[in-house]
Design a protein around this ligand. Structure first.
Ligand SMILES: O=c1ccn([C@@H]2O[C@H](COP(=O)(O)O)[C@@H](O)[C@H]2O)c(=O)[nH]1
Length: 280
């Protein structure tokens, strides 16, 4: 039987460090790597990044949008990226940010995280903004397949402030209500559960209380969006189990030389080691 996602992630982080390496084939990066801006350039960029980052990071996060932009050829590349990263030893979080009514979520679940899903990812990002309850079946299906979900709670972009910091009748922010709903799914799991949240490293310290989450926390905004290790420390403290600082452009700019890209990822992982608790 496949181990649960939370357990596999904890093992991978203990072995390889907490960096979540993003694979975002921005057009500018593909060109900066000296590759043509077409499906063949996308393929060479993304497979090379997946092989290199998949060897050093616990988890890699391909951003689906940059693959979808190339149509069916791009989606085919994304499928291969998942396999290449797995073969290199990393877990794969597909950043697809899906969210819809429950019956449509069932189809997204079948695509990304259910048993025998079309993509063989370990986890996917989902949006709770059609109501967290619309994700319940996806949570159950992912869990049954040994996979996980990362639910957008407090995203790294400034445009999200008004919506995600808005207060509910009970006084909690919208973002906190998402974290609390994820926590309910993770209660009692060891070392932690399978329902992660996304909280940007760019948000103000103290905005979100993660103490009851008992699940992984994807922290984008680190690197190209301006957040630093000091920000990670201020927002998340030290020793938060399951914290996954995510960086894409700031790593990928070190390519196309695989050795330089590998060194950059290892260097970031080394700097992040101080944020992890003992035994993580
Ligand atoms: O709140 C969020 C959620 C997801 N993202 C995604 O993470 C990467 C960030 O890329 P960088 O190059 O490191 O800025 C990208 O795929 C976003 O879609 C996010 O930034 N913020």
């Amino acid at each position: 039987m496949t181990a649960r996602f939370g357990a596999r992630l904890a093992g991978a982080v203990a072995a390889r460090g907490s960096l979540c390496a993003g694979i975002d084939p921005h057009p500018g990066l593909i060109e900066a790597w000296g590759l043509p801006l077409d499906a063949s350039g996308l393929e060479r960029f993304a497979l090379s990044a997946a092989e290199t980052l998949g060897e050093v990071a616990a988890i890699v996060k391909p951003q689906s949008a940059f693959f979808e932009a190339f149509g069916s050829a791009g989606v085919a590349v994304l499928e291969r990226v998942v396999d290449v990263a797995h073969d290199a030893g990393a877990l794969v979080l597909l950043d697809v940010k899906r969210g819809d009514i429950g019956s449509t979520m069932a189809a997204y679940t079948a695509a990304y995280v259910a048993e025998k899903a079309a993509f063989t990812a370990d986890a996917a990002t989902v949006s709770p903004y059609l109501g967290f309850g619309a994700l319940d079946a996806a949570v159950a299906a992912a869990r049954e397949a040994g996979n996980g979900l990362f639910v957008l709670a407090r995203t790294s972009n400034p445009e999200a402030d008004a919506l995600q910091r808005a207060r509910l009748e009970d006084g909690r922010t919208v973002a906190q209500s998402v974290v609390d709903a994820a926590a309910d799914h993770n209660a009692g799991a060891e070392p932690y559960g399978d329902v992660g949240v996304v909280v940007g490293a760019t948000v103000a310290p103290g905005e979100v209380d993660l103490s009851r989450l008992n699940g992984p926390v994807l922290a984008p905004g680190f690197g190209a969006q301006g957040a630093t290790e000091a920000d990670l420390r201020a927002v998340f403290g030290e020793g938060l189990p399951g914290l996954l600082p995510a960086s894409s452009r700031d790593l990928l700019r070190h390519g196309p030389d695989p050795a330089a890209l590998r060194r950059a990822a290892q260097e970031v992982n080394g700097r992040l080691a101080g944020l992890r608790g003992k035994g993580q």
